[in-house]
Design a protein around this ligand. Sequence first.
Ligand code: FE2
Length: 376
Amino acid sequence: MTTTLDRDVATGRSPAAYIVGWDHLELWVGNARAFAAFLASDFGFDVVAYAGPETGVTDRVSYVLEQDTVRFVVTGALGPASPVARHVRAHGDGARDLALTVSDARGAYYSAVARGAVGVREPWVDEDEHGRIVRARIATYGETRHTFVERAAYDGVFAPGFGDEGLPPRPVGPDVGLRAVDHCVGNVERGDLDRWVGFYRRTMGFDQLVHFGDDQISTDYSALMSTVVWDGSKVVLPLNEPADGRRKSQIQEYLDYYGCAGVQHVALRTDDIVTTVSALRARGVRFLAVPDSYYDDVRRRLGDLDLPWDDIRRLGILVDRDQDGHLLQIFTENVTDRPTVFFEVIQREGAKGFGAGNFKALFEAIEREQARRGNL
Ligand code: FE2
């Protein structure tokens, strides 16, 4: 049963004040069955719920996948008129919804709208025998959405309309150990970074964590600017804008293929990146190749850190340090057909940064390799 709620809440608190944490990330894809199977087999997610014609949903199918606190929903269209089909045609497979668990979906929604957010769907309630769930939806960059999810009074598997019967069997493979969404990066159009940072600060009530200028994240060939905003607790959203280099910025390449602003990568946190990346590689995940010269550099820069350097080099893991500690990270190849969306795996040992040192070191290392081949 679905009910629409009237506007009847105070809007003195910012949306951020209602946020509990990440609820889920919903991907709209061309083939949900196959993409869900890919996340299960390669990344070690468990399929925990399904919605489709068998559960009373008529225009789409969705699979819910979980690993510790990370939850993805993968949705595909059942016909050409579906907005999912139109979205996939325009953008390829991509992230549609960065859904946030909130204490009060009506409060978060009306606070956001009062502060200038574009409302996509007013607060609504769904109920079944497991309780009630209140949701509301606003627009953010490109065609991306934030759904506010109030689920304290719901104890079903995901939401009304989802079931847990007839799920695919769990693929065989070593445990991966992904624990949480660390951050989720959006790429916005050139000139739009300030506007979207302003949206998160003024409309959503987020704080700015850090800003990297194009002098900090650039090589001679590719450049970008990045500002990180967060809700002060768990939801960390770096935003990138392309900048001029001698060649096309990797951010511009994303925008050209995606067709507008959108989610570039989702970083997933592990407590033990060597075990996680070993498992992911054994399961078939492909990562960006790191040239040997990167490790010669990084041992010079960070060789005093007590790390399993042989494993790190063998697995292609990157290392960076800031004033608070160090971090280990690795980037997958694109997981979509278009060169748009990828995943990051990150282990933080105190460091609160995002590997800006790696961007420069990695790309300069790649360019050195290119130069050695006479191709630069
Ligand atoms: Fe990242």
